[in-house]
Ligand binder design. Structure first.
Ligand code: MLT
Length: 247
């Protein structure tokens, strides 16, 4: 019977429990939503970096027509970078065929924390169905929320809960839910029937949502609330995020 647990922050997941598990990292506002969009729009790969200096170092001596530096600090585009962290900026015209070197405050850190897992997938509302489908034969699923600066955030917990709900519905023989997975699912259940527009309004009340509203980036929240509009699953392995091939 598959086991599912949710970690409300990456720090709650000890690296000892990573080998053999399938991790799903969530930073719906906005890092994972943006990476989903970049890869759906034809980026060759996304390289998550912990520090701004790491990203800049990777760009040294590279053909900048083939490499895009993207990410944020404090929600805004980093000086010297080509793109910030708005998913809509990662259009086919801008990133098609290119390597995206990417660093964000919390999302890329959470991904790097999980890298010893058997597989590391990235999720948001936009690719929820595709991620649930990709996990159909996983034995141990650890859903990891990025949060914000060490604080648990409602928006990531809602995606985690929505994923728990999908996995529970899809499992033929039932699943074993850790209490953390029940908590996330129960947090999500009141939102299941909302339209995407109403979900975006709810997300705007979360910690990540409030930050984006203060920065005038409400459009990114609306974008991130579109459930199942991307049928792709980013997978992080060997230092790079690419699309999981369909089996
Ligand atoms: C992060 O990684 O902290 C975020 O994705 C922040 C943001 O750009 O909204």
């Amino acid at each position: 019977m598959p086991k599912i647990a949710v970690y409300f922050l990456a720090e709650f997941l000890t690296t000892r429990s990573l080998p053999g598990s399938s991790c799903v990292v969530i930073d719906v506002l906005r890092a994972t939503t943006t990476i989903i969009e970049a890869l759906a729009n034809g980026a060759a790969e996304v390289v998550p970096c912990l520090r701004v200096e790491d990203a800049l170092q990777l760009a040294v001596g590279q053909d900048r027509r083939q490499l895009v530096l993207g990410g944020e600090r404090g929600g805004v585009q980093i000086a010297g970078f080509d793109l910030g962290n708005s998913p809509t900026a990662y259009s086919p015209q801008v990133i098609g065929g290119k390597r995206v070197v990417f660093t964000t405050t919390n999302g890329t850190k959470a991904m790097l924390h999980c890298q010893q897992a058997q597989q590391v997938l990235l999720a948001g509302f936009t690719n929820l169905a595709a991620v649930a489908q990709a996990l159909h034969s996983a034995d141990t699923v650890q859903i990891v929320c990025a949060g914000t600066d060490g604080e648990v955030t409602h928006e990531d917990v809602l995606v985690a809960g929505a994923l728990v709900e999908r996995l529970t519905q899809a499992a033929p023989v039932g699943v074993e839910l850790a209490d953390s997975a029940r908590i996330a699912r129960d947090a999500w259940l009141p939102y299941t029937k909302l339209s995407d527009a109403a979900l975006a309004e709810a997300l705007a009340q979360s910690a990540g949502g409030r930050n984006l509203c203060e920065l005038g980036m409400q459009a990114d929240i609306v974008f991130a609330a579109q459930r199942d509009c991307r049928a792709v699953v980013p997978v992080f392995a060997d230092g790079r995020v690419t699309l999981l091939s369909r089996s």
